[in-house]
Write a protein that binds this ligand. Structure first.
Ligand code: 5GP
Ligand code: MN
Length: 336
């Protein structure tokens, strides 16, 4: 069982955590639900050990994650700047660059890397990287279940549930496996409220986010004989809708959900000349490899990258790669 597989690492983490007092818990840029949920659950355990804990993820965090129990543990940049950790965790972050290189190496501060991305670069002193885990939250759950079951309170169970819920797309994606469903059931036994969390994190939308979605959907184009779907969010759309870039989580799924689409992309103009690209695929089309070829990464069917160019050029680059991926591969394959 995978729990056995990381037993040594988990015990080593517990040893480190018990001996350190100022712990920095980092997440990746523009943290998603899995990143935030797993950070907060881990932080709760560390606080319980009597440590001073600072949670930080660079970039934008969607407002709704600030409603999670324990979200008060997120610190400002000022607080981060003056914090001298003696232990650093990085969660859901395949590379040090994804944490904006906030992981300080070489100064004797141990780094623990907990992640489920196949592209993880093992940058930690302790690396718990398991691509069979549907979410980083699953790995944090295994850790706590082994070394600190008392830390699995209703609040941490809720945070972990949100992590699994968001990274499996509400238990729909290919990474939805027996362990994810069993862990979710356990989180409910521990006090997580599935209907409330599904309501708050999957169902409810801000009006500005829906306005932005309608503008973005108007940009949807289908190419490659129906097998490619692309859409974008420009700075102008943001201004028009009065929304924030962090309101666009899940937009790419609209392009990816079209019946015959096998390769989908969402292009977000995060700054002039800088475009964040979200890639999605069905079947065995590997968008992680495409993302990696351009300095990004992710999972086979969901990956991302940043292109230093305008929207049109970024689209041209990805469309060319998509068309190469489709070449010689007749369509009509099954679902995701
Ligand atoms: P999303 O499109 O939802 O932002 O990201 C899809 C997946 O790809 C996530 O698992 C995310 O962590 C990963 N990912 C997105 N952007 C990057 C990137 O720039 N670098 C790496 N290494 N992974 C990324
Ligand atoms: Mn994740």
């Amino acid at each position: 069982m995978s729990e056995e597989r990381f037993a040594r690492e988990f015990d080593a983490i517990a040893g480190l955590a018990a001996a350190r007092r100022r712990v920095l818990v980092l997440g990746h840029v523009d943290p998603d639900g899995d990143c935030v949920g797993s950070m907060l659950a881990l932080a709760h355990y560390l606080v319980g050990l009597g440590s001073e804990v600072v949670c930080f993820a660079p970039g934008d965090m969607a407002d709704l994650y600030r409603e999670l129990p324990l979200a008060r543990l997120f610190a400002s940049e000022e607080r981060l700047a003056s914090f001298e950790p003696d232990l650093v965790f990085a969660l859901d972050s395949p590379t040090a660059a994804r944490t904006a290189n906030l992981i300080r190496r070489g100064d004797g501060v141990p780094v623990v890397n907990i992640d489920h991305h196949p592209t993880n670069e093992r940058y930690g002193d302790i690396n718990v990287v398991d691509e069979s885990a549907s979410a980083a939250a699953i790995i944090v759950y295994r850790l706590l279940a082994r070394v600190a079951p008392g830390a699995l309170t209703p609040e941490t169970a809720g945070c972990l549930y949100v992590g699994v819920l968001m990274d499996t797309g509400g238990f729909r994606f290919r990474n939805t496996n027996a362990e994810a469903l069993a862990a979710a059931a356990r989180f409910v036994e521990l006090g997580a409220r599935p209907h409330e969390l599904a309501h708050d994190f999957l169902y409810v939308k801000k009006l500005s986010s829906l306005k932005l979605l309608s503008l973005s959907l108007a940009s949807l184009e289908v190419r490659g004989g129906g097998r490619i779907g692309v859409m974008h969010v420009s700075r102008r759309m943001l201004e028009e809708a009065g929304g924030a870039m962090s309101d666009t989580e899940g937009f790419v799924d609209y392009a990816a959900s079209i019946d015959d689409v096998e390769l989908a992309a969402l292009f977000r103009e995060v700054a002039p000349g800088e475009v964040r690209v979200s890639l999605r695929s069905r079947n065995d089309f590997n968008v992680a490899a495409l993302a990696e070829a351009h300095g990004g990464g992710g999972h086979r069917n969901a990956a991302g990258l940043t292109v230093r160019a305008g929207l049109d050029e970024a689209k041209r680059l990805i469309l060319r790669s998509f068309e190469e991926m489709l070449a010689g591969r007749p369509g009509g394959g099954g679902g995701a």
